[in-house]
Design a protein around this ligand. Sequence first.
Ligand SMILES: CC(C)(COP(=O)(O)OP(=O)(O)OC[C@H]1O[C@@H](n2cnc3c(N)ncnc32)[C@H](O)[C@@H]1OP(=O)(O)O)[C@@H](O)C(=O)NCCC(=O)NCCS
Length: 321
Amino acid sequence: MSRLDIRPFETTDLPAAAVLLAERHRAHRKRHPLLSPAYEDPQRALVEVTAIWESADASGAVLREGGEVTGYLLGAPKQSPVWGPNVWVEAAGHAVRTPEHIRDLYGAAAVKWVAEGRIAHYTLVPDDAELLDAWFRLAFGSQHAHAIQPVPATPIPPRAGVLVRRAVRADIPVLAELDLALPQHQGLSPVFAAGTLPSLQEAIDEWEEDFDDPVSATFVAESNGRVIGSATGTSIERGSTHSGLSQPDNAGFLGFAAVLPEARGLGAGRALGEAVLNWSAETGYDSVVTDWRVTNLLSSRAWPALGFAQTFHRLHRLIGH
Ligand SMILES: CC(C)(COP(=O)(O)OP(=O)(O)OC[C@H]1O[C@@H](n2cnc3c(N)ncnc32)[C@H](O)[C@@H]1OP(=O)(O)O)[C@@H](O)C(=O)NCCC(=O)NCCS
């Protein structure tokens, strides 16, 4: 039994939780100054914690030492069936003065989650080695990476052997094919990602509708006159994966990239990624964000090789075995 003073989270705990979250974010920004400074302010942090607390079926635990709140943990389910019977601890859903205490807080909070049948747990954790280690010793494993880099100070020069250009409407059939290539790859071992695969026609229809989106830029890579890959740059605000503390200010987003299977590993992905980095600089963004499944053996190697540094780890635990 825990010797710590832990009890269920209550509305009155919100201000103290916000102070802890702002502290955690301040430490996180020492490693990643491109993350938004806004959440170092407890008032802004409070908005984030309150949003989680007020979401449907939210619950959690709070820890006090000597009358002072020194840790909290809040989780809430997402409705999408993709995540299973789940609880998510978002970036603003936890902060502790002592990393080890996250284990006690989870021990208290998870009782209700599992009793409700919510056995798929997800948590977004800053790249703090001690905190990650504490989560790992709760049987969580790494599933997904959030990462960032500054825009290039000077344009990255084109690569020999691959021509990268802006996509035109005539590319829509191959863009649609490439749209399917990503979920097809991620359905395979060792990713085994769940998710629905659109039909080729659905992908074509979506491109026809969205092609002229002024916020986004799509690039294609050609080799020997044939399109072999594509990548899209857009605003970070378009990506639902990066919100709140994990959404830097004024950031571009490498939101999609795929190379046809037979052309992978030959430099097209790098050339496409670099085109999105250059476009982000030209557009006036300060940084570029992307994310990947850490079990994707291709993207998990390609994006760090292009200079992306991991900011958050999404960890996952499935209970019952
Ligand atoms: C991820 C993807 C777009 C990368 O494109 P690519 O053309 O295969 O990658 P590149 O050949 O340009 O390699 C880029 C970097 O990745 C690394 N890399 C590529 N293949 C690798 C391999 N088999 N082993 C280790 N590293 C590898 C290299 O470090 C390379 O950097 P370098 O130029 O310094 O050598 C492509 O593999 C792909 O479409 N994968 C399936 C769909 C997907 O995962 N999309 C991204 C979703 S986030």
